[in-house]
Structures are given as structure tokens and as C-alpha cells.
Design a protein around this ligand. Structure first.
Ligand code: FNR
Length: 323
């Protein structure tokens, strides 16, 4: 099964944001490929695949705790990419094999600079270990029949980034996502689209350009500057998931409402829904105002439904007549 990686507008992997409701929302607005949040291999390996008849989903549930680590559904199988955090080829493969029939592709996170990732040898720690990268990617490629990709950041020199990208291409991956920032860069530092262009020029596989896409017009701008035909967007999508609409964005209030409805529909983890709402509210308003404070106080999806006037939808979905 091949996934088309050219000319794609892609929802980036985002911890606590990229769960099923947000992916479905982005896709409804026009995202062609939707990445799930990074999940560490150790965690997936502890999971059991369960069909959730009442929701119509496939759940990967942690044995012992019963918590849902990954939830997906048939409707997104053709476009959902599962991103793994790993530092070991065999563990990554064990994790990928558990999931590979339910997702469109497997991606390895090689860019996360956070200490929990790097201290475990994952994320950006891999960027300095090309042999390990090679081991992980070739192991996955040899044993999986869905596409394998990875997502990197820029290295200190463009030459080194290009050399690493060429080495990655040789493993047979289907595409390479490049976040146009270095490991030490902060999100407010501008993404270096020209450095992504160097990678695009050196590779034959599709390169997915990522960084600082905040409006629909930016898709075309980053494509022109980098030469990449596919673009990945993270913050621009959290702040307004309708960024994928060619006609322009919808008002964020209505996008937020739709997100809450989808969170209710797919029974999302309330912590994930609150985290996503927090990111939206912090960008457009303030957590210090009444809405932000009430959102933070909400302990359940029912509380959020009440806060946002979606009680009847909540009761409709949950099968109880609220009248
Ligand atoms: C991220 N990013 C990220 N990257 C990744 O490879 N795996 C992940 O799980 C996450 N998680 C995550 C959460 C949140 C809330 C944000 C904002 C970002 C990085 C992200 O995918 C992207 O590379 C950067 O944010 C740059 O893109 P933008 O934001 O400039 O479009």
C-alpha cells in the first residue's frame, strides 16, 4: 500500500493535540495526510488492540491501566500516519507491527528537542547517530509493507543536513519531513526555508517542508522557496484547523466548537481536549479571562459541553435524552 507524498498538505505530529478528533477536523478542512501525536515505542508495546464497537474505533489500550494510548477509525486509515518515538530498531519494529494494519504509514520522530526525548536517546538525539538512524529505518523498511518516513530538524551546517538526508534517502524511506529549525532554535525563531531548499535539491524522494505556515497562502510561499511539493503545518493548524481550506480560514470560534463536538463524538481524553483548547485560547484570547478559567476548571467532556453550549449534542452522542 503506497501513500502519495507529493502535493500534500499535511497536519504535523503534535503531542496531546493530534488525537482522533483533531485529525478528523483537519481532514474535514482539507488536510490530505494527518499525523498522530508522537507515542514512545515502550508505551505502544504495552498495548492491546481492541475494537470499540460503540464508538466505531480501533483502540490501542494499555494493559493494566486500561488507558487509550491511540485511537483511530477506518475512515482515516488511508491518511493517518503513526509517529513513533524510539531509540532502538527492534523496539520500533515491535511497536510498528502492532499498528501497521490500522494506519497508512509509520514515521520516526528525529526532531524533538525536549529532555524526556533526548535523555532517552530519542527525537533529536538520533540526529547525531546516523548509524542508528540507518538501523531503525532499514529494519522498519525490511519488515513493514506500509510506507516508512522520518521527520528531522536542521543540523548546524547545511552540508551536514544534506549528507544526513541523503543517507536517510538510501534507507528506502518514502518521504522525509524537514522542520526548518535547528535543535537549539525556539519556536519563535524563524524557520529557515532556504535550508530546506538545500535538502529538496539534493534528494529524489518527496521532502515535506515544515515551519511557519500560518495562512493558506503560506503553503504556496514555502513551496516556492523550498521547491518542496508537500507542506506540513503544526501551530497554524492548532490555532485554526481550517488553515487547510483553500477559500480561507473560518472564524476560530466556530472551528473551536467543531473541535469540541468531535472530541465528544470520539470520546477524546479530556486532558488532550483541554490542552488543545488551551493552545487555541492562548493564541486568540487569554487563559486569564472567564472562558479560559472555566475551561481549565472543566474536569470532563460533559463540563466542556456545558461551557460551550453543546449539552444537547453531548447527550445526543451519549444516548441519553437531555430534555
Ligand atoms: C510539536 N511538534 C512535534 N513534532 C514531532 O515530530 N512530534 C510531536 O509529537 C510534536 N509535538 C508537538 C506539539 C505541539 C503542541 C507543537 C506546537 C509542536 C513540532 C511540530 O510538528 C513542528 O515541527 C513545529 O511546530 C514546526 O512547525 P510550525 O509550528 O512552525 O508549523
Amino acid at each position: 500500500m503506497e501513500l502519495e507524498y507529493r502535493d500534500r498538505h499535511i497536519l504535523a505530529p503534535m503531542v496531546r493535540v493530534g488525537t482522533l478528533p483533531f485529525r478528523m477536523l483537519a481532514s474535514e478542512y482539507g488536510a490530505d495526510i494527518t499525523y498522530g501525536e508522537e507515542i514512545v515505542d515502550h508505551k505502544i508495546i504495552k498495548c492491546q488492540r481492541q475494537i470499540n464497537e460503540s464508538l466505531g474505533t480501533i483502540d490501542f489500550v494499555e494493559k493494566g491501566t486500561g488507558s487509550v494510548v491511540f485511537r483511530t477509525c477506518d475512515a482515516e486509515r488511508c491518511r493517518v500516519v503513526f509517529q513513533i518515538g524510539t531509540s532502538d530498531a527492534v523496539r520500533a519494529l515491535t511497536a510498528a507491527q502492532l499498528l501497521c494494519k490500522d494506519v497508512a504509514a509509520i514515521d520516526i520522530n528525529m526532531g524533538c528537542p525536549k529532555s524526556f526525548s533526548v535523555s532517552g536517546g530519542m527525537g533529536a538525539a538520533l540526529l547525531t547517530k546516523p548509524d542508528l538512524i540507518n538501523d531503525i529505518l532499514t529494519t522498519l523498511k525490511r519488515n513493514l509493507d506500509i510506507p516508512v518516513t522520518c521527520k528531522i530538524r536542521l543540523l548546524p551546517s547545511s552540508h551536514n543536513t544534506v549528507e544526513l538526508a541523503k543517507r536517510i534517502e538510501k534507507t528506502g524511506v518514502s518521504a522525509l519531513a524537514v522542520h526548518g529549525r535547528k535543535v537549539a532554535d525556539r519556536p519563535r525563531d524563524p524557520a529557515q526555508w532556504d535550508k530546506i531548499a538545500d535538502v529538496v535539491a539534493a534528494l529524489s524522494i518527496p521532502v515535506i517542508a515544515n515551519g511557519d505556515v500560518f495562512d493558506y497562502e503560506d503553503f504556496q510561499r514555502i513551496k516556492s522557496v523550498t521547491g518542496a511539493s508537500s507542506v506540513m503545518v503544526a501551530r497554524g493548524a492548532v490555532w485554526n484547523a481550517s488553515i487547510f481550506k483553500p477559500e480561507g480560514k473560518l472564524p476560530w470560534e466556530s472551528v473551536k466548537r467543531e473541535y469540541i463536538r468531535k472530541s465528544i463524538l470520539w470520546d477524546n481524553d479530556v486532558k488532550s481536549t483541554k490542552h488543545t483548547l488551551k493552545e487555541m485560547i492562548m493564541h486568540h484570547s487569554s487563559l486569564e479571562l472567564a472562558e479560559g478559567k472555566a475551561m481549565i476548571r472543566s474536569a470532563t467532556l460533559a463540563n466542556l459541553a456545558e461551557l460551550y453550549g453543546e449539552e444537547s449534542y453531548y447527550w445526543f452522542v451519549n444516548g441519553i435524552n437531555g430534555c
